[in-house]
Design a protein around this ligand. Structure first.
Ligand code: GTP
Ligand code: MG
Length: 420
C-alpha cells in the first residue's frame, strides 16, 4: 500500500507490518481457496452432465485445494524468530527479560540456562511451559527447576546426555498482552552459553534455520572469545547473510572509568571487523546500526519499576542505546521475516493462479473442440435432413401429378361412358 497514511503507520510500528502482511496473505489465500472450490464444483457438475473434464485436470484442482490448505496452516504458524547467543553469564536471559518487561527467564550468576528456552505469546493468564517431547503443560513457577524437569522427562533414557539436554527445547507461553513483542508474534529464544562447547551444527540445524535474526550478547568487560567467533562463523556459513546484532552488555561496568570511551572505540572497531568477516555488513555505517553498548540489568530493573533500581553513572545513555537497539531490531526482524516467510507463499499463490488458468484453458479448449465437432455433426445431419426433405417434396409432387392424371383419365372415361 503506497498511501502516505499506511507508510507513516508502518514506520511507527514496524512489528505490525508482519501481522498485517500475515492478514493480507490470509485474505489472498482465502480468495484463492474459494476460486479453487468454485472451480472444483463447476468441474464436478460438468463432469456429471458431460464428459468434458479430463481426470488429469480434475486431479490437479484437488491438488490445488490440498496445497492451499497446507500453506494456510503453515503461515498461520509463522512467527518472527530471534535467537540469543553468547557466553555463559554475559546476560542473554537478562536482555530477553528486559525486552519483555518481565522477569520470565531464570537469570543469575554462574551457569543458569541449561537448554533452549523459547518464549512466545499465549492466551490471557497463560503462564506455562512445555518440555520438548512431552504434552504436559507445567506452571511457569517450575521453570527455575528446569534442569530437574529435564532429567525427569528424560528418565532412564541413556541418550539424554548433557549435550542432548542442552539441545532440548522448552516452549514458554506468556500472555500476549504482556508485551509488544509477544503481541506481534515475536518468538524469543534463549540458549545455553556457547562456551559449553556444544555441537554447533546440531544447535544451528535444530534451532536456527528458521531464525530471522541473531543477537550476540557479549560481555563488555572482556573481549570476544574464540567460542563466540566460531559459533557465528558456522551460522554465517549455514545461513546466507544472517541478520546479526551485537550487544556489549554490562556496559555499566564502564561507569566512572576514564578509559571508557577508548574501550568503547576498541570494541566497536573489533565488532565491525567481525561483522564484515561474517559478511553480515559491508559498510561501517551499516555495522554501527548493529552494535550497541547497554546494561540489560539497568533497563530491566527500571522497567520492573524496582524502587531501588540499579543505575550507575551514565545510565541514561545506556538506556537510550538499548531503546535504539530495540527500534533497529524491530525494523530488521519484521523486514526479514516478511521477506523470507511470506515472499515464498506469495510466489506459490502466483504459481497456483497460473496453473489454474492453464487448467481452465485446457478444459475450455477441449470444450471448444467438442462444440466444433457437434456443430459439424449438426451441419451434416442438417444437410441429410434437407436432402431427405427435398426428396420427399419431389415425391409428393410426383404423387400429386400422378393423382391428377388418374383423376383426369377417370373423369374422361366416366364422361365418355355417360354420353355413350
Ligand atoms: P547463562 O544462562 O548461564 O548462559 O547466562 P546468561 O547469559 O543468561 O546471563 P544472565 O542473564 O543469567 O545474567 C548473569 C548475571 O549477570 C545475573 O546475575 C545478572 O543479573 C547479571 N547481569 C546481566 N546483565 C547485566 C548488566 O548489564 N550489568 C550487570 N552489572 N550485571 C548484569
Ligand atoms: Mg541464561
Amino acid at each position: 500500500n503506497g498511501t502516505p497514511t499506511a507508510g507513516r503507520r508502518t514506520n511507527n510500528e514496524p512489528l505490525q507490518r508482519f501481522t498485517e502482511a500475515k492478514k493480507h496473505m490470509g485474505i489472498i489465500y482465502n480468495d484463492l481457496e474459494s476460486y479453487v472450490n468454485d472451480l472444483f464444483t463447476f468441474y464436478k457438475e460438468l463432469g456429471d452432465t458431460s464428459k468434458l473434464v479430463p481426470q488429469q485436470q480434475m486431479d490437479e484442482v484437488r491438488r490445488f485445494q490440498e496445497s492451499i490448505r497446507t500453506i494456510k496452516e503453515m503461515f498461520g504458524r509463522d512467527k518472527m524468530k530471534v535467537v540469543f547467543f553468547g557466553r555463559t553469564s554475559n546476560g542473554k536471559s537478562t536482555v530477553i527479560n528486559a525486552m519483555l518487561h518481565s522477569k520470565i527467564l531464570p537469570q543469575g550468576m554462574g551457569h543458569t540456562t541449561s537448554c533452549f528456552l523459547q518464549v512466545e505469546g499465549g492466551s490471557e493468564n497463560e503462564k506455562s511451559f512445555i518440555v520438548e517431547g512431552s504434552d504436559r503443560k507445567r506452571p511457569i513457577s517450575e521453570l527455575e527447576k528446569i534442569g530437574d524437569a529435564l532429567s525427569l522427562s528424560g528418565g532412564d533414557d541413556p541418550r539424554l546426555t548433557n549435550s542432548a539436554i542442552h539441545d532440548t527445547l522448552v516452549s514458554i507461553f506468556y500472555p500476549k498482552s504482556s508485551s509488544k513483542l509477544l503481541q506481534n508474534e515475536v518468538v524469543l529464544v534463549d540458549s545455553p552459553g556457547v562456551d559449553l562447547k556444544p555441537e554447533y551444527d546440531t544447535w544451528i540445524d535444530k534451532h536456527c534455520l528458521d531464525a530471522d535474526l541473531f543477537v550476540l550478547v557479549c560481555n563488555s568487560e572482556s573481549t570476544l572469545t574464540q567460542a563466540e567467533k566460531s559459533f557465528f562463523s558456522r551460522v554465517s556459513k549455514k545461513l546466507s547473510k544472517p541478520n546479526v546484532f551485537i550487544l556489549n552488555n554490562r556496559w555499566d561496568a564502564s561507569a566512572g572509568d576514564a578509559q571508557a570511551e577508548k574501550v568503547r572505540k576498541q570494541h566497536e572497531k573489533r565488532f565491525q571487523e567481525f561483522l564484515e568477516e561474517l559478511n553480515v555488513c559491508k559498510k561501517e555505517e551499516e555495522a554501527k546500526k548493529r552494535i550497541f553498548f547497554i546494561s540489560a540489568r539497568e533497563v530491566l530493573e527500571k522497567r520492573l519499576r524496582l524502587s531501588q533500581a540499579y543505575q550507575l553513572d551514565g545510565w541514561a545513555i545506556r538506556e537510550q542505546n538499548f531503546n535504539e537497539f530495540e527500534r533497529n531490531f524491530e525494523q530488521c526482524i519484521s523486514r526479514s521475516a516478511i521477506r523470507t516467510k511470506f515472499e515464498a507463499h506469495e510466489h506459490r499463490a502466483r504459481d497456483i493462479l497460473r496453473d489454474m488458468r492453464e487448467n481452465v484453458e485446457n478444459v475450455s479448449q477441449l470444450a471448444l473442440r467438442e462444440k466444433q465437432r457437434l456443430e459439424l455433426d449438426f451441419k451434416l445431419k442438417h444437410k441429410e435432413f434437407q436432402d431427405c426433405r427435398n426428396n420427399f417434396i419431389r415425391l409428393e409432387e410426383s404423387f400429386f401429378n400422378e393423382r391428377r392424371k388418374v383423376r383426369e383419365e377417370v373423369h374422361l372415361k366416366v364422361s365418355a361412358d355417360f354420353y355413350e
